[in-house]
Design a protein around this ligand. Sequence first.
Ligand code: RP5
Length: 174
Amino acid sequence: MSQAESKEGLLAEVVPAVLPVEDFERGPLVGILIGSESDRDRLQPAIDELNERGISNELNVLSAHRNPQEVAEYSSRAAVRGVRVIIAAAGMSAALPGAVAANTDLPVIGVPLTSSKTVAGGLDAILSIVQMPPGVPVACVSLDGARNAAILTAKILAQGGGYPDAPPRPQVVT
Ligand code: RP5
């Protein structure tokens, strides 16, 4: 069994492909996660860009290290809520994008952030996001590149059609 197949099997156990609509609140197209309340201002350009483009979004503060269970739950339920792309931003040991990607098949865009405690000008966060192990990719935009994350998100959302052997998208039963 390939890594991808085993991961899909794991996700299918956590979140069935079809969920009754009453079991969850319908979500926006884009989920933004930040690792700390102190990151909020740096993500405002992403929210502004998405809003200007009319792309629905939500922001939640969830840390890979401080709220690991909530990160896993949010990530594994995002697709069936209708979320199509997750932007995950964090500073320092920025595990958040990777922790999200470990729990969803949605594309995850990581935004490395500077913070008051950052080292080497933010290189800590950049390396934490870029150096994902094979099989669990995240995209990575520039340091504090929230607006670029939103623009990349818009480009992803503009694509369609999938590919011949693409796994079926989770369906919402209404
Ligand atoms: C990271 O640690 C957060 O994403 C933030 O950039 C940094 C500092 O967090 P606080 O101590 O300000 O909450 O996890």
